[in-house]
Design a protein around this ligand. Sequence first.
Ligand code: IPM
Ligand code: MG
Length: 381
Amino acid sequence: MTREDYIKNAAEQFETLLREQLARTDQMLQDCGAKDYASLPVITVGLIGGDGIGPIIMDQAKRVLSVLLKDEISGGRVVLKEIDGLTIENRLALGKTVPEDVLEAIKSCDVILKGPTTTPKGGTMESANVTLRRELDLYANVRPVSVPEEGIDWMFYRENTEGEYVLGSRGIEVPGCLSIDFKVTTEPGTRRIARAAFEYAKQNGKTSVSIVTKANIMKKTDGNFTRICHEVAADYPGIHTEDWYIDIMTANLVNPAIRNQFQVFVLPNLYGDIITDEAAEIQGGVGTAGSANIGDRYAMFEAIHGSAPRMVEEGLADYANPSSIFKAAEMLLRHIGLIEKADRLASALTLCGETEKKVVVTGTRDGATCQEFADYVIEKL
Ligand code: IPM
Ligand code: MG
């Protein structure tokens, strides 16, 4: 192809992308209201094992849920439904990030608890997480991090369907010359994540929200993200709103002198991805942090970490820490309105993972196994 061919193709591709994204904003404007779980006669919880250490930690999460929800399950209010087929082997064999039957099974559930899934490096296969977040329109990635002894109680509201992710597999390349990826910020997409963050702040007695971007450089996308967040903030006069750039905020989080002043963060997708791993590490490691992907019709809860192929290769999969997926299960219970169950799990996790610590998972053979830790948590429920 000549240079002119590349330019022509790229211009056509850009037009397609622009039209698609405009259609997506139209769709968002038509969406109506969030599902009211309390009024559902039956809540179906989908369980997806995933790859690598996923099935191992998910087996234990299922045990925990089965114990906690014994009455709800026997009474028919809650159904736990196992969903197979979201494995890297099956996905590669079918050439589908999320095979259609799996997506259908997922959509038949109200909420999902999912083990980590592997994304092949290179190639064109998108991450299953990214596909699911898009297909289920899970626009808020909600990640709590706390370090009680330091007074740290952070809640991250990461935009989960736009930014660098939405067209991340559809960039333009002129081989040997250049590559261009796209970052997308939409008006309704930003408004809804900002609304979610400020509502959380209001309902949980938080007094401060930090908007984190790089609006000095990404003038259009982050510039508009900041503006829209401030517009939403105007509806919450009791809440102090600050703008920060992602670089200095990354530094702030490792500054013990000031970090416990931050409460709620609202930020675009990629910055949110990166800074929540940093925050999880401050809490005690990515193995300890839960993650919720919330949309109006579906919600998916998962560990913040990946499938840990290295642990599997080294024969350490049974020593994986299930705390992160247990935290995700706790968030799931809270989301569907089973607050007392969520509180019970939260107390057991604090006791087992932070205060009593009689059984400790280290990720190596020196520590407890995933199952031993789960036994300990179940005993304390
Ligand atoms: C996360 C993960 C995902 C992301 C990957 C697996 C696509 O890092 O949930 O933070 O980048 O969002
Ligand atoms: Mg991440």
